[in-house]
Design a protein around this ligand. Structure first.
Ligand code: DQA
Length: 147
């Protein structure tokens, strides 16, 4: 299976950025672990982090017919981007929404997500473990689809 991991704005700052909320692991740390996990599951992993909404949208368009599932942390775009939501719907690739922090225990503006109602699943508050759980869930979904 081919799985795309997408990370939105400011997630390149992980490790340095509000570690009490987002943990001390850097994005390369997280992606390295995911790559090891992917290898064991026979998954080809692609990772893209961008601070630009347009680049994230173009990456999703490029995934059409090339990628089987997406794991996405849209970061602040979670709460603002109808365009990113529409991009995911336009390629009809199943996706899992991940947040490091428990967004529901934070400011009210983080309680609204433009993705959750169209996601296969939503994980928040588990830190970096959330990405691993989402990758497992994506593998499970694709495995069950093809059997
Ligand atoms: C986040 C939560 C968002 O509200 C925030 O804007 C982020 C990160 C998370 O992973 O907890 O940038 O998506």
């Amino acid at each position: 299976f081919k799985i795309l991991v997408l990370n939105g704005p400011n997630l390149n700052m992980l490790g340095r950025r509000e570690p009490e909320k987002y943990g001390t692991q850097t994005l390369p740390d997280i992606v390295n672990n995911l790559e090891k996990q992917a290898e064991q599951l026979n998954i080809t992993l692609t990772h893209v982090q961008s601070n630009s909404e347009a680049e994230l949208i173009n990456t999703i368009h490029g995934a059409w017919q090339a990628i089987d599932a997406i794991v996405i942390n849209p970061a602040a775009f979670t709460h603002t981007s109808i365009a990113l939501r529409d991009a995911l719907l336009s390629v009809s690739i199943p996706f899992f929404e991940v947040h490091l922090s428990n967004v529901h225990a934070r400011e009210p503006f983080r309680h609204k997500s433009y993705f959750s109602d169209v996601a296969e699943g939503v994980i928040c508050g588990l830190g970096a473990l959330g990405y691993e759980a989402a990758l497992n869930a994506a593998h499970h979904l694709l495995h069950n689809k093809n059997n």
